[in-house]
Design a protein around this ligand. Sequence first.
Ligand code: HEM
Length: 160
Amino acid sequence: MNDYFTLARVIHVLAVVLWIGGVAMVTTVIIPAVLRMSKGEDPITMFEEIEGRFARQAKITTLLTGLTGFYMIYVLDAWDRYLQLRYWWIHAMTVVWILFTLVLYVLEPLILHKLFREYAKKTAEKTFRFVQKAHWILLFLSLVTIVGAVAGSHGWFFIK
Ligand code: HEM
C-alpha cells in the first residue's frame, strides 16, 4: 500500500473522530444541558449558536471523510465489496455518510432550520426531545458503523 493510501486512512479516521465525536457531544452533553436550562435563558438561540458552529465543522469533516473513503476504495479497487454481505460496514459507512451529507448540505439549510425555529418557539421541550432522539439514532448508527469498519478493515468479519 502506498504512503498516500496510509495518509488517506489517517485523514479519514481523524475526520470521523472530529465529526462523530461532535455528534456524541451534542447528543450526550449539549441537548441535556439545554433541556435543564432555567426559564430566563433562551435555549433556542443558545442551541442554534452551538449547533451552527458544529455544523460548519461537520460539513468539512464529512467532505474529507467521503473524499478519503472513496479514494481508498479506488486504490484498493474494492468496488465489488458493495456486492458482498460481509462488507456490510462499507455499506454502513456509505449510508451514514449519505445521511449526514443530505442533512448538512440540503435538509438543514433548506427545511430543518426553519422547521426547528417554528416548532421550538411553540413547544420547546417537545422539540428538543425530538431533536435528541434523532441525534441518538444517528449516533448509534455511526458507532455501529465504526465498530464494523475497524473490525472489518483489520480482517475480523462478523459474517463469513
Ligand atoms: C462515503 C463514505 C465512506 C467511504 C467510501 C469509506 C471507505 C472506507 C474504506 C475504503 C476504508 C478502508 C477499508 C480497508 O482498509 O479495508 C475505511 C475505513 C474506515 N472508515 Fe470509512 N468510508 C466512508 C465513511 C465512513 C464513515 C461515515 C465512518 C464513521 C462513521 C467511517 C469510519 C471508518 C473507520 C473507523 C475505518 C477504519 C480505519 C482503520 O481501522 O484503519 N467511514 N473507510
